[in-house]
Design a protein around this ligand. Structure first.
Ligand code: AMP
Ligand code: ZN
Length: 138
């Protein structure tokens, strides 16, 4: 637990939230500033800074709940699909430093898009990058 953490406060019921799912390990509630109808945050009850610090089983549990919520949004909100996203560290857009994943229901014609500029590999760079990552993951 972290004293000032907004998600810890929601978990301790010290702050209100529109909770859509809760079990012993995970809570999910509507994002206060949604990018689409039903935008939900899935949060482990134990405080971890982000996915880097969270144990694998916590990462797995959070994603299993994210799947359930995405499917529920397709069943009852008219969503035709969903994105599951986690922002890890400031450079990636993380603002709340308590691990969470966003479930963003997607609707036909919603025109949500990431502001992707793309990245062009230089000659031979993609091979080098794949090799480095592959080595790191052995
Ligand atoms: P991130 O950029 O991944 O750290 O996203 C943090 C998310 O938490 C943002 O989408 C905020 O809108 C959301 N958020 C912040 N405070 C609250 C709150 N009290 N209740 C619900 N969502 C919140
Ligand atoms: Zn916290």
């Amino acid at each position: 637990m972290s004293e000032e953490c907004v998600f810890c406060k929601i978990i301790k019921k010290e702050l209100p939230a529109r909770v859509v799912y809760e079990d012993d390990n995970v809570i999910a509630f509507l994002d206060i500033n949604p990018v689409s109808k039903g935008h939900t945050l899935v949060v482990p009850k134990k405080h971890y800074r982000n996915m880097v610090d969270a144990p694998d089983e916590v990462v797995a549990k959070v994603h299993i709940v994210a799947k359930k919520i995405g499917i529920a949004a397709m069943e009852v909100l008219g969503a035709k699909g969903f994105n599951v996203i986690s922002n890890n560290e400031k450079v990636a857009g993380q603002e709340v430093f308590h691990f969470h994943v966003h479930v963003i229901p997607r609707y036909t014609g919603d025109e949500l898009h990431y502001d992707v500029k793309g990245y062009k590999y230089t000659e031979g760079e993609a091979d080098e990058v794949a090799k480095k990552l592959n080595e790191a993951l052995k």
